[in-house]
Design a protein around this ligand. Structure first.
Ligand code: AHR
Length: 326
């Protein structure tokens, strides 16, 4: 009998202890981690047109995973309409924050007003927008594209002793980097009257289009082409292929400069085919989520959080290529 009472008492104590363990709050009275709601972020990405963009997607996705963020990712395949649709869906799902890499600069008022009314902060990454009411977004985390264009022009002028027929491969029409990289380049060229942009055409930030447009330039202007300015590395790599196929010696008889600083550009510089690239940092993941945390904690953040970019030339490419992360 005595042993039966002892067993019953032990079972009672065990149950009580178990109940206490489940109910005990985390130290400091905080909600236990398992019960905390995950931060949900909707990320609307431009697409996958370039190596740069792939690196940016990887950085943001990787950082979200590391921090346990519920990231809802939408690839717009270069279409603004798809981005508007994605944002509308993020708003309906009541995400905590929206991250937008906008395809083009204009046409965002309606959907961003809806986000504002739903009290969802919008963080722009890598590309800016033009809106009449700047309170429609919280901040822009990006490079200064005008400055990148200026850096490219000044380097090219120095390299060609201020005299060159330039062929320009523009990024996607209406996109901030295409508009601003052209603007900065043209502004800086004003000091050099013998640096002339002979032809300028969009190649949509892709390698295939870069090749196609360069082939057309070669067909019409073969003997005049002295320099190529491409708004991104992928288009320059396509142009190099076209120049190679036409037997035109890229990197030697034709001077090429582009923007981004992707691995492929460094390989082309090491091979002596690309002359220089202006870096544009796509590894924005850590900064994006640090900024989101600040915004959610009620801290004020600058309207433009600017990345620092630098120019790399053939001469130092071999030395730094192994340190490149994208
Ligand atoms: O917005 C950044 C630009 O977009 C990159 O330079 C380019 O490669 C791209 O796709």
């Amino acid at each position: 009998m005595r042993w039966m009472i002892a067993v019953a008492l032990m079972a009672l104590v065990g149950c009580k202890q178990q109940a206490q363990e489940t109910a005990t709050p985390a130290p400091g009275g905080a909600t236990p981690p398992a019960a905390q709601k995950k931060l949900s972020v909707g990320f609307s990405q431009v697409g996958a047109e370039s190596a740069w963009r792939t690196a940016e997607t990887k950085s943001i996705r990787g950082e979200a995973e590391k921090r346990g963020v519920d990231l809802k990712f939408a690839d717009a395949q270069g279409k603004q309409a798809s981005q508007i649709q994605a944002l509308t869906s993020f708003i309906a799902q009541k995400v905590d924050v929206i991250v937008l890499a906008p395809v083009v600069e204009t046409g965002w008022e309606v959907v961003l007003t809806q986000a504002k009314e739903a009290k969802i902060p919008v963080i722009l990454v890598d590309r800016g927008i033009k809106v009449s009411d700047e309170s429609l977004y919280t901040t822009l985390i990006a490079s200064d594209f005008v400055e990148e264009g200026r850096m490219a022009a000044e380097w090219l002028a120095k390299q060609t002793n201020g005299k060159a027929n330039i062929y320009e491969l523009q990024g996607s029409t209406g996109a901030a980097p295409a508009i601003d990289r052209k603007k900065g380049f043209e502004e800086a060229l004003q000091k050099f009257p013998d640096m002339k942009i002979v032809k300028s055409q969009s190649a949509d930030f892709t390698r295939a289009k870069g090749k196609e447009v360069m082939e057309a330039f070669i067909k019409s202007d073969r003997d005049q082409i002295q320099a190529v300015y491409a708004h991104n590395d992928d288009m320059a790599l396509g142009a190099i292929q076209a120049l190679d196929e036409a037997g035109m010696n890229p990197g030697k008889t034709v001077t090429l400069i582009s923007i981004d600083g992707v691995k492929g550009a460094f390989e082309a510089m090491v091979a002596g085919k690309l002359n220089a690239t202006v870096e544009c940092n796509p590894l924005l993941g850590p900064l994006v989520f640090d900024t989101i945390n600040k915004v959610r904690a009620g801290e004020s953040v600058p309207k433009f959080i600017k990345s620092q970019d630098q120019l790399f030339e053939q001469a130092n490419a071999a030395q730094v290529i192994s340190t490149r992360e994208y």
